[in-house]
Design a protein around this ligand. Structure first.
Ligand code: FE2
Length: 238
């Protein structure tokens, strides 16, 4: 079994709309571990006027999660990230260290709204890169401007942006057309990362194991290794 990395999930208890308490978080970790996940970058939401939990609280809760992870498995590694909802000051805020990058690296997980145009996405990506950050676009299958024009996805990829999609979308949980889009991206080699985006144990549960098995079956072992092991391995502290 591959030693998987989950690069997008909401398991820190009580800091966003993810795990509601430590017990839920513990059970989510157990599920990740059982699925073969050995490294998790937890990515609590940061979104102005919606999710603005202080870094003090996030770090405190992250510490509790790390302790819980040790009990789940000695070899289960937990690192801190952030799912950052785009706004004009994002690059500045990250440069000032107000919110964390992914696992202390130069990579940042950025989320857009479905109404955002490609121009907005492109401008944000460029402004982050000018500040020395490497954007990972969260669940790219959710943005109509990209779904409707695959050339835009390629343009982002050529620009060095990492493309992330959600495991559930690949597995068909978001409907056939989303699944079809993801499949197309996979075949075109336009996906860099797959995350669970797990929030709970019910509707949005950890599902990376099932997804990795599916991807391996459809695309082969080498491809699955690239998506779940090699590419996440690039996200390391500089
Ligand atoms: Fe998320």
């Amino acid at each position: 079994m591959l030693r998987l990395t989950d690069v997008h999930c909401h398991i820190i208890p009580g800091v966003d709309d993810g795990a509601k308490d430590l017990e839920t978080a513990r059970r989510m970790l157990r599920r990740e571990y059982r699925d073969g996940v050995r490294r998790i970058i937890v990515t609590p939401h940061y979104r102005k006027n919606m999710f603005e939990t202080s870094m003090e609280t996030i770090r405190k809760q992250f510490g509790r999660l790390q302790a819980a992870a040790k009990e789940v498995g000695e070899d289960l590694q937990i690192e801190l990230g952030c799912e950052y909802h785009t706004h004009g000051e994002m690059a500045k805020c990250l440069a000032a260290g107000e919110r964390p990058t992914m696992a202390g690296s130069s990579y940042v997980l950025v989320e857009f709204s479905s109404r955002h145009s490609f121009r907005v996405i492109w401008n944000q990506v460029c402004s982050l890169q000018l500040e020395g950050f490497w954007p990972i676009i969260a669940h790219i299958e959710r943005y109509p401007c990209l779904v409707e024009n695959q050339d835009y996805v390629r343009q982002l990829s050529d620009q060095g942006v990492m493309i992330q999609i959600n495991a559930g979308s690949i597995l068909g949980e978001e409907g056939f057309s989303v699944k079809w889009f993801c499949r197309k991206l996979m075949k075109e080699d336009l996906i860099d990362l797959i995350g669970s985006d797990a929030h709970d144990l019910k509707d949005r549960k950890p599902n990376l194991g099932a997804c990795a098995a599916y991807v391996e079956k459809k695309m082969g072992r080498k491809y699955a290794r690239k998506i779940f092991v090699t590419n996440p391995g690039r996200i390391r502290a500089d």
